[in-house]
Design a protein around this ligand. Structure first.
Ligand SMILES: Cc1cc2nc3c(=O)[nH]c(=O)nc-3n(C[C@H](O)[C@H](O)[C@H](O)COP(=O)(O)OP(=O)(O)OC[C@H]3O[C@@H](n4cnc5c(N)ncnc54)[C@H](O)[C@@H]3O)c2cc1C
Length: 330
């Protein structure tokens, strides 16, 4: 039996899966028509937050698994992963982040840690991932581990080649180009990238009445967001929206007043009713599907990648508890 596996996709899901497969002793080829720096993954803010991805119990399991790995990677700054303290803000009584209980050492914010309008908040230390640096690091680790890359476009799984070895589809939003019946929804996200005036503390203010707001300070820049627009496919940034994002962010963090605006950026999250992570057969080949991570592809990456390895090996993965399937769980 061949030990070879083909992974389609060089975003955070494809590269993390490729590395985990190599660690499990596989010979891996990645096929992708966009290099890591050109993927949606490169646009991500990115903070560890299980945001807008389902089902929640599976997403939390993958995310906590990945959290352990990101915490380890943060020991080496060349990975682009840094641990930063920040505040997840609440604007209504008794409304807490559904995932915060899973994060060790989340504590209630003191009143002097809360900006105007917030009534409470959870303070915790989370991984902040500078995606251009991190994707390059993943790419390097893959290359050093013997992963080979074919930069080409596929119109169908019939074009994959490499005999009858298993295929991992990690094609993000475009999985429907390769898998019959799949239709993912683009979830548009517009963000503003600014020079970092010396911030380290992040803020997430999801229920801001003027629009969801987040401030993610990376090494040299700060990502301020942002929109979450299912089904909207406009690729150009809207300058009015960019101004509104900036105004909200500056109200939360006045140090951003003087920060230079570097770019307005738009990306499309791979939206799906629930993340697809299962195995099927196609032309006598095992096909492992891993896509639809919505707003949490980075957050879930390592946990999902480890389940990809199990599925490639024909092993079962822990399935969802249907009682936690609901989108409305808070
Ligand atoms: C504004 C914004 C902010 C975000 N912030 C965060 C955050 O803070 N934290 C977080 O966890 N997530 C965040 N996300 C979500 C995250 O970016 C995505 O969930 C994640 O990048 C999806 O990764 P992926 O590898 O599945 O897909 P992608 O990164 O899109 O990669 C897909 C790969 O598949 C290849 N491919 C597809 N089809 C074909 C084909 N037919 N032939 C050949 N190759 C193909 C592409 O070339 C590409 O290499 C954010 C997203 C946006 C837009």
């Amino acid at each position: 039996m061949t030990n070879e596996v083909v992974v389609i996709g060089a975003g955070v899901i494809g590269l993390s899966s490729a590395l985990e497969l190599v660690r499990a002793g596989k010979r891996v080829t990645v096929i992708a028509d966009r290099k890591p720096a050109e993927t949606v993954s490169a646009v991500a803010a990115a903070i560890w937050e299980p945001y807008d991805a389902f089902p929640r119990d599976m997403v939390l399991r993958w995310s906590l698994d990945a959290l352990t790995t990101f915490n380890e990677l943060a020991a080496d700054p060349s990975t682009g992963v840094h641990l930063r303290e920040g505040v997840n803000l609440q604007r209504e009584a008794d409304k807490h982040a559904w995932w915060a209980g899973g994060v060790v050492a989340a504590r209630p914010a003191s009143p002097d840690e809360l900006p105007d309008g917030a009534i409470s908040g959870e303070v915790c230390t989370l991984p902040v991932i500078t995606m251009p640096v991190y994707l390059e690091w993943l790419l390097q680790r893959c290359s050093e581990s013997g992963v080979t890359f074919e930069w080409r476009s596929l119109a169908s799984l019939d074009e994959v080649g490499h005999g009858d070895c298993p295929i991992v589809v990690a094609a993000g939003l475009r999985a429907g180009e390769l898998v019959a019946g799949e239709k993912l929804v683009p979830v548009r996200g517009q963000i503003v990238r600014l020079a970092n005036p010396g911030l380290t503390r992040w803020y997430i203010d999801e229920d801001n009445p003027s629009g969801t707001t987040y401030i993610i300070p990376r090494v040299d820049d700060v990502i301020c967001g942002g929109t979450n627009e299912p089904g909207v496919t406009v690729a150009d940034a809207d300058p009015v929206v960019a101004e509104a994002i900036l105004a909200r962010a500056r109200r939360l963090e006045p140090m951003l007043e003087q920060a230079e605006v570097l770019a307005d950026v738009v990306g499309f999250r791979p939206g799906r009713e629930s993340v697809r992570l299962d195995a099927t057969e196609y032309s006598d080949r095992r096909v492992v599907h891993c896509y639809g991570h919505g707003g949490a592809g980075v957050t879930t990456s390592w946990g999902a990648a480890r389940d990809v390895v199990r599925l490639v090996d024909g092993k079962p993965i822990e399935n969802s508890d249907s009682s936690n399937f609901s989108r409305s769980t808070t």
